[in-house]
Write a protein that binds this ligand. Structure first.
Ligand code: A3P
Length: 296
């Protein structure tokens, strides 16, 4: 694992109306001045919505054929740098992006839409947004915060549940995040909005849609290889995709590739929590297409 000198867990604070930790605000000025290129591809998600899965698919689509050694020697978080991040004793995400030798550059962000550097919009970059049903997203984030020392303390499940509903998570409210990214589609057409549950239902079909959006036409054989390579069990044992080389995470508490399922919330939510959640969801989520993210 990479050597990382981490201070105690960071605290949440309000940053332009969004809960954040300093790891994602320390490099703010530089990030806001980021210069995008027209062929940059931004992968945007609320944390734990399937970022790594889609990042890996894109990496294979673009570079799986041409650079096999990339697949065996460079971890996914270096191939698809996390623009927002500034960790001690590591290059910042922005520096990693600036150093990327490849074209197109694949870039990851968890920023709510209003935080995205304006250069991406000006250059009309392709943007892929992945959303995941709220309940599973919450459960996945809970286990992630438990095991990742760069995140605020998760606390117990009941308090975590309340904090999620209040939007006091790193990168802010799930509800604002998925809603505001969805609304962006009205004014920005180069945005492909997709769903984790659809990927689970039919990975091949969702890869086809991605290829259509990206203007790619892989051979049937390549597509089959990619669809197989990105199955949960294969990614879980792939040390370049499973974050086992990232030392801030304690897999003894919970692995990064945890379950990869739809509906694990049923093992966590009490009946009362589920009712409270559903009531609250109806109040916050008015868009008919996004209703599905409260189900499953
Ligand atoms: P779980 O904690 O529910 O297992 P992100 O990459 O945005 O941090 O999301 C991580 C979540 O996506 C985890 O969810 C992880 O297991 C799941 N995931 C990663 N790769 C996957 C795959 N190939 N298939 C299904 N789920 C996957």
């Amino acid at each position: 694992p990479e050597k990382m000198d981490l201070p105690p867990r960071p605290e949440l604070f309000d940053f332009h109306g969004v809960s954040m930790t300093h790891y994602f605000t320390d490099n703010w000025e530089n990030i806001q001045n980021f210069q995008a290129r027209p062929d940059d591809i931004l992968i945007a998600t609320y944390p734990k919505a399937g970022t790594t899965w889609v990042s890996y698919i894109l990496d294979l689509l673009y570079f799986g054929e041409t650079s096999p050694e990339r697949q065996t020697s460079i971890p996914i978080y270096e191939r698809v740098p996390f623009l927002d991040i500034a960790f001690p004793s590591m290059d910042t995400g922005k520096d990693l992006v600036d150093k990327l030798p490849t074209s197109p550059r694949l870039i990851k962000t968890h920023f709510p839409v209003q935080f995205v550097p304006k250069s991406f919009w000006e250059q009309n970059c392709r943007i892929i947004y992945v959303a995941r049903n709220a309940k599973d997203n919450m459960v996945s984030f809970f286990h992630f915060d438990r095991m990742n020392k760069a995140e605020p303390e998760a606390g117990d499940w009941n308090s975590y549940f309340q904090r999620f509903l209040e939007g006091k998570m790193v990168f802010g409210s799930w509800y604002d995040h998925v809603n505001n990214w969805w609304k962006k589609k009205e004014t920005y057409s180069n945005l492909h909005y997709m769903f984790y549950e659809d990927m689970i239902e039919d990975t091949g079909r969702e890869i086809d849609k991605l290829c259509n959006f990206l203007g790619l036409s892989p051979s049937a054989e390549d597509k089959k290889l990619i669809t197989g390579g990105v199955q949960f069990d294969n990614m879980k044992k792939n040390s370049m995709a499973n974050y086992s080389t990232f030392s801030a995470m304690d897999f003894k508490v919970s692995p990064f590739m945890r379950k990869g399922k739809v509906g694990d919330w049923k093992n966590h939510f009490t009946v009362a929590q589920n009712e409270e959640f559903d009531e609250d969801y109806k109040r916050k989520m008015k868009d008919p297409t996004l209703q599905q993210l409260g189900e499953h």
